[in-house]
Design a protein around this ligand. Structure first.
Ligand SMILES: [Zn+2]
Length: 283
């Protein structure tokens, strides 16, 4: 599932190709009603044809396509959604569901194998993104914000990091990677982390996301960038889906477990169970 680095890569790809373009047509596969939460396809046509894209933003895992009437097309890729720019004559995408025909001879194409992706046309993107937590890369995420998100919680630290209301944009891949880099066991109760561990986790969270963007996202399965090409980050992961393989840091076999209902990968040696904080001679 695309996370912040994947969505940000798409945003950066599409921005120069799409902003300033006018939508001259909308083509939607008849079976794709879920895309708009059940609203008829005509709604897309009525609201989008004739509009010009004025901006290409992102918040968490949402793409925010600004329209010249002040409204925003908010796109969430969910499991398998892809938003790809193509020249008009390019062959259809696999599982193509919708197409915004742009002036100048190109299209913005939507494909979605599982059909969980969503498009919403809203007066203000705030209607959808206001509940999201701080933005880890270029927003208001801070050590204090992370500390506050974790403090006093008995839920596993991994579950808290996945909660979009605590921190926006993280998903299964980057949370496992950030916890590894911070040497924190994923099932540690969030509130039990030492101040030093929270500091390491703050730094590692940003580091893994920035690296993910640098490598143009992780293409374990469905993700492609804004021009339909896979990313590279899946070749750089330390623990995610490396079950049984040797840890690059210590050689121990990476283990897989389930935390908060999600497959979770960690190194049993680099990420030891947090020791209870007791008197130094207690055993
Ligand atoms: Zn290790």
């Amino acid at each position: 599932m695309p996370e912040l680095p994947e969505v940000e890569t798409i945003r950066r790809d599409l921005e120069p190709l799409v902003v300033g373009r006018r939508i001259v047509g909308v083509e939607v596969d008849a079976g794709t009603i879920e895309l708009l939460a059940g609203a008829p396809i005509e709604v897309l046509r009525e609201n989008l044809v004739g509009r010009q894209f004025t901006s290409m933003g992102r918040r968490g895992k949402y793409l925010l396509l600004g329209l010249d009437d002040g409204r925003t097309l908010v796109v969430h890729l969910r499991m398998t959604g892809r938003l790809v720019w193509r020249e008009r004559e390019a062959p259809p995408e696999p599982y193509e569901r919708a197409r915004l025909v742009l002036d100048g001879g190109s299209d913005l194409r939507w494909s979605d194998l599982r059909k969980f992706g969503t498009w919403r046309i809203v007066e203000s993107a705030d209607e959808i993104v206001r509940r999201l937590g701080p933005e880890p890369i270029d927003g208001d995420f801070s050590l204090a914000a992370l500390r506050a998100a974790l403090a006093g919680r008995s839920a596993p630290v991994k579950a808290v990091l996945l909660d979009q209301r605590r921190v926006a944009g993280l998903g299964n891949i980057y949370v496992d990677e950030a916890l590894f880099e911070a040497r924190v066991r994923p099932d540690t109760p969030a509130g039990a982390l030492s101040p030093a561990a929270v500091r390491r986790l703050f730094a590692s969270t940003r580091a893994v996301l920035e690296r993910g963007i640098e490598h143009r996202g992780a293409s374990f399965k469905d993700y492609v960038d804004g021009q339909g090409n896979p990313g590279q980050q899946h070749m750089y992961v330390q623990v995610f889906r490396r079950t049984g393989k040797p840890c690059y840091a210590c050689g121990a076999a990476i283990e897989r477990t389930v935390v908060g209902g999600r497959a979770t990968h960690f190194c049993p040696r680099c990420q030891p169970r947090a020791r209870r904080r007791r008197a130094p001679d207690a055993r």
